[in-house]
Structure formats: C-alpha cells, structure tokens
Design a protein. Structure first.
Length: 384
C-alpha cells in the first residue's frame, strides 16, 4: 500500500463542522408563504432554535420576508427574542413555569392557555404587575395535545370572559392545531375544522370575540385555504421543506446545509474492518476519509450502514461502518480528497448533495427532527 502522508492543501478554508443557513431563502420562503396566505397575516414558528436554524437571525429574516408575528412553545425563546430587540408580537403557547406569567407580561409576550387554573395564575400575575396579559385560548379539536377539550371549553371561556371584564387579561386569540393536515383528504381535517368553528362560535356567544382565530400550520396554509381564518402559523415551509412531499416543493427553498471537513485521509487494504464493531469491511484497497462530525453533532447514529452517502469533492461517498460520537469515516474509494476539503452532509441539493428529506427517508426520521437535533453549540454560518 502507498502511504498518504499529506499536508492540508492551502486552497480553500477549512471551516470545521458547521451549519450554513441561507437567510435569503428564509426571507423568500416567508414572502412566498405570505402571498399564499393572500393577505392573512403569517406567524413564523421559530420554536426549537428555529428548527435548528438559529433563533434570532431566523426570526429577523422571517420578519423581513413578510411574517408579522412569531410563535414559540417555550417562554424562554420568546424572552430571548425580546432581549435581541425584536418587537414583533410573539406568542408562547406552552408557558408552564410559575415564573413564566410575570416574565411574559413584563416582556409583552402573548401566552397560550388551555385551563382555567392557568388562566387564574396569569390573571394574578397581571394584577401584580398592573398590566393586562394577552392570551390565546387553546382548544383541543382532536389532536389531544394542548388545548381544552370540548367538555372543558365552556369553563375556560367563562373564566376568560370574567378575567377580561376585570381588566386582567385581553383575549387576543383562539387557536387549535391540526393532527393530520399533511395527509390530504384525511377525515380528521374536516372534523377538526368544524370542532374549531363550534368552539369559536361558543366563545363569541359567551362574549369572547378575539381578533385572531388561528388553526393552520404549513400544510394547511398551502393546501387548505378554508383553514386560514385570521392568522396562519408556519414552521416547516418557512425553512424550505414541503409540508406535503407528494404535492411537490411549492417553490420553497431549503435554508440549511450541514457541512464538515475532511481531517484524516489514508489508504487501507481490502478486507480491513472500519469503526466500532468492525462491521464494515473494505472490498478492495481503498481510501478512507475521517470527518469530525458524529451523533453528538446531530448526525444520527442511525446513519450507520443505512446507505447514507455524503458529498466530497463533488461526488457522493458512503459512510463506512458506524457513526461515532464525534467522528465518522467515509469510504471514498479511489478518490483522493485532501485534508481540509469540504464535505456536505445535506443541503438544498444544488451540487448533488443529499437533501435533508432524502437523509430523513433513509433514516426513517423526520427532516425537522434531523434539523432540530443539531445542537445549539454547532457553529452556524449565516448567508444573506
Ligand atoms: C410546530 C407548530 C406549528 C408549525 O407547524 P409546521 O407544520 O412546522 O408548519 C404551528 N403551530 C403549533 C401550535 C406548533 O406546535
């Protein structure tokens, strides 16, 4: 065997493992979604570090593109947006810490609420802070996650009506969430829609008529115009992924690519085992390239022996053996990448790299799951 003792080439700057985020794509997607919503305001859903894209830059790009509101699950994310100086209306639909209610009122963050006891805590915080809290009442129309059930809805509406009369809260919204809007024609869609109409009508009859009724997520925004009401909430599509793959890409552009760098290159003979368990055996004399990325960086261990190929120097090469915690080996065959050369794990697909959708299919994961699991500590390089 020839030994390959090479120094890194001087061309190209080794970036290490990083996520590259195309902010122009996020703005363009937001703008396209705003047109698809035909005048209905758009809430950009930036929970979970903006599906892994980075909370603050993503929120700004979405607002620049045409979103007018932001939505998160955890209050902490809403507070981080406020600390960054973002003044757009923000809804946090899952406040749960006892301190959340005061913090939300002080930062002018709207809160989702599903139960009278939580509404009472929010009203008490409003009283303490001398400022009414803005809330969105959540109704469970069939998903059984958040929201008051049909049986509990009247109690929540009545409690909200009383607290609003007492000047402690302002009911800004009534909302619910779809379980199957990404499955065209699913019978639950019309059932949830009529349950929502019923809940809205009940609230109106009881004197609670908020300015914002909202139900649609990305799939509903793009395929079910009858669900738009006064506001649409979009996550997946904002990041450029089709919420209903069978219906095409809707003109969306994926904003994230995950990249790494070749750090070790060597020739190994036919019949050599690779990585833990030596489950991979080289068929012929070959070159392996080590990249400093593993399951701690969000490359799922399930990508071991799953047929996953990554792009190195314009060509796809398979992962050899198991994905390690911080290192993964590629079998690059008779290619000869140099240390420092870029590796694309996934991206928009322009140069032949896998897309996150392709990777997710191979790994039996969701594209959003792969993106959201990229740790916050991963360097993100923002392009605009
Ligand atoms: C995550 C989430 C959304 C966004 O859903 P997408 O399918 O990504 O558009 C909207 N609303 C709520 C309540 C959510 O939890």
């Amino acid at each position: 065997m020839d030994s390959l003792i090479q120094r890194p080439g001087t061309s190209g700057i080794a970036q290490g493992t990083h996520a590259r985020i195309d902010l122009a794509a996020i703005s363009a997607n937001a703008s396209m979604l705003a047109s698809a919503a035909r005048g209905t305001p758009v809430m950009a859903v930036v929970k979970s570090n903006a599906y892994g894209h980075g909370l603050i830059p993503t929120a700004r790009a979405a607002l620049e593109g045409g979103a007018s509101r932001l939505g998160v699950a955890q209050l902490e994310d809403a507070l981080a947006l406020r600390s960054a100086g973002i003044t757009a209306p923000i809804l946090a639909w899952l406040p749960w810490r006892p301190t959340d209610y005061d913090a939300a009122i002080l930062a002018d963050v709207e809160l989702g609420v599903e139960a009278p006891w939580r509404l009472a805590m929010i009203a008490e915080a409003a009283e303490r802070n001398g400022c009414p809290a803005r809330v969105h009442l959540e109704v469970d129309t069939g998903m059984s996650r958040g929201g008051a059930t049909r049986d509990d809805w009247p109690l929540l509406v009545e409690a909200a009506h009383r607290a609003q009369d007492a000047g402690r809260i302002v009911v800004t919204g009534v909302f619910s969430h779809f379980a199957c809007s990404d499955i065209p024609g699913h019978e639950s869609i019309t059932a949830q829609l009529s349950a929502f109409d019923e809940a809205v009508a009940y609230a109106a009859a009881a004197g609670v008529e908020p300015e914002l009724r909202h139900l649609a997520n990305s799939a509903a925004l793009l395929t079910l115009p009858e669900t738009h009401y006064d506001l649409v909430r979009t996550g997946l599509a904002l990041y450029g992924l089709s919420p209903v793959e069978a219906l095409g890409d809707f003109g969306l552009r994926p904003a994230m690519s995950l990249r790494s760098t070749v750090v070790v290159v060597k020739r190994i003979p036919a019949g050599t085992g690779v990585m833990y368990g030596l489950t991979y055996r080289t068929a012929v004399d070959t070159t392996v390239a080590v990249i400093p990325v593993g399951y701690a960086d969000g490359l799922p261990r399930a990508a071991s022996e799953a047929g996953v190929e990554l792009l190195v120097g314009g060509r796809r090469h398979p992962i050899a053996g198991v994905v390690g915690m911080e290192q993964t080996v590629l079998d690059v065959g008779q290619d000869l990448p140099s240390p420092g050369q870029e590796v694309v794990l996934f991206g928009p697909g322009d140069d032949g790299e896998p897309t996150v959708v392709e990777l997710a299919r191979q790994l039996r994961m969701l594209p959003a799951e792969i993106m959201a699991r990229i740790p916050a500590s991963m360097p993100r390089l923002y392009e605009s």
